[in-house]
Design a binder for this molecule. Structure first.
Ligand SMILES: Cc1ncc(COP(=O)(O)O)c(C=O)c1O
Length: 376
């Protein structure tokens, strides 16, 4: 993989430094990579930039075909062109779905510890958060279906994180079937955030695969995480149900968010058509980083680490230190390591830190030294 120094690029991860952080701070919080994007993506963008004219453009057939090709070749999942609704981002898609298909004050279920914008999106859109916490046992997180059966009563929507950020689960076919059965019985809209779908170490099942069983679904996917292009703002909603799709599409159009940015469009096509080899190498590199951390943590009295099934994120359990999450975060920061405080994923994340290992081996090794210095 090719690593680039990202400092001085208005990078959330490297340039939004917390106050009083040491000069040589290592940043492993935000979920983007320190790898250069695939050469095929960069070349396609260069060619388009060199053209030099950026007049209005539209998405041609190849835009849709490249996603259909990716879903079939990488995930063995057939989708239809008419199901695809282009959107500027996954969280936009979730917010739009909530605004369209639920009302103010309606209950929306999420599964903490979970990606914090799930909380804020529900709150900012004046809906009510209902938590169906994941259960952590013997180093693995599972869904709590008994609790869910209670929580669905009176709820209107459910936001699934699949694969799950931060805990790294890639949900099994059986788990997803159980989930859908409960949601179907209670007529709950299923919004599935599948932004991490391509970053997997076992088979991934998209919710769209289950559309014949239940089609009150909105699946949100994007090349953002996979090919390290999140600032290009290009994502897609997959909506098999015609009525739901029409309403969603009309909403996107009404806000004029269907307009095309030729650079993002071109980047997505190049990534889905020619990025697979690069992704394979990235995943191999990331997996080695993960193994190194898990191996290192094996005999440590202050941390437990587990290999996730997907994502490039490690969910480190520091509860053995006996400190509150904020204290763990501050102590690490003081020693020059910026991890994501587990508490930001809900109370269920207290005592955990999320570590993004889509970076160089050297950075990971240095991070481990700093953790050891803090708690060893
Ligand atoms: C689970 C999850 N969903 C959504 C996003 C952000 O998606 P977007 O930038 O397309 O809104 C992230 C980014 O970290 C994420 O981890």
């Amino acid at each position: 993989m090719i690593f680039v120094d990202r400092k001085g690029t208005n990078s959330y991860k490297w340039d939004m430094r917390p106050k009083d952080a040491p000069e040589d701070l290592i940043s492993m919080w935000v979920a983007d990579m320190d790898f250069k994007s695939p050469e095929s993506v960069i070349e396609a963008l260069k060619k388009r930039v060199e053209h030099g004219v950026f007049g209005y453009t539209f998405k041609d057939n190849e835009y849709f075909e490249s996603l259909i090709y990716w879903m079939e070749s990488y995930h063995d999942t057939k989708i239809k062109k008419e199901w695809i609704v282009p959107i500027p981002g996954v969280i936009f898609g979730a917010a739009a779905a909530l605004r369209l298909f639920t009302n103010e004050g309606d209950k929306v279920i999420i599964q903490p510890p979970v990606y914090w914008p799930f909380f804020s999106t529900i709150k900012e859109n004046k809906r009510e958060i209902v938590t169906n916490n994941l259960v952590f046992k013997d180093g693995e997180y599972k869904m709590d279906f008994e609790d869910l059966k209670e929580k669905v009563k009176g709820a209107k929507a459910f936001i699934l994180c699949s694969p799950h950020n931060p805990v790294g689960r890639v949900w099994s076919e059986e788990e997803l079937t159980n989930l859908i059965e409960i949601l179907k019985e209670n007529d709950i809209l299923l919004i599935s955030d599948e932004i991490h779908a391509d970053l997997i170490y076992k088979k991934f099942y998209s919710i769209v695969k289950f559309h014949k069983m239940y089609d009150k679904i909105i699946v949100l996917t994007s090349p953002h995480k996979t090919f390290n292009i999140p600032s290009l703002h290009i994502a897609n909603a997959l909506i098999p149900n015609e009525r739901i799709r029409k309403e969603f599409e009309d909403y996107v159009k009404a806000l004029h968010l269907h307009m095309t940015n030729p650079l993002s469009t071109i980047a997505m096509i190049a990534a889905y058509r020619k990025g697979r080899e690069w992704l394979g190498e990235a995943l191999k590199y990331i997996r080695e980083n993960m193994r190194m951390v898990v191996e290192w943590a094996r005999d440590k009295h202050f941390v437990d680490a587990y290999l996730p099934e997907g994502t490039y994120l490690l969910w480190l359990d520091f509860r053995k230190t006996g400190f509150d999450g904020d204290r763990i975060f501050e102590k690490l920061l003081k020693n020059g390591l910026w991890l994501q405080n587990g508490k930001s994923f809900g109370c269920a994340g207290n005592g955990f830190m999320r570590m993004n290992v889509a970076t160089s081996r050297e950075v990971v090794k240095e991070a481990l030294k700093r953790i050891e210095k803090t708690f060893g």
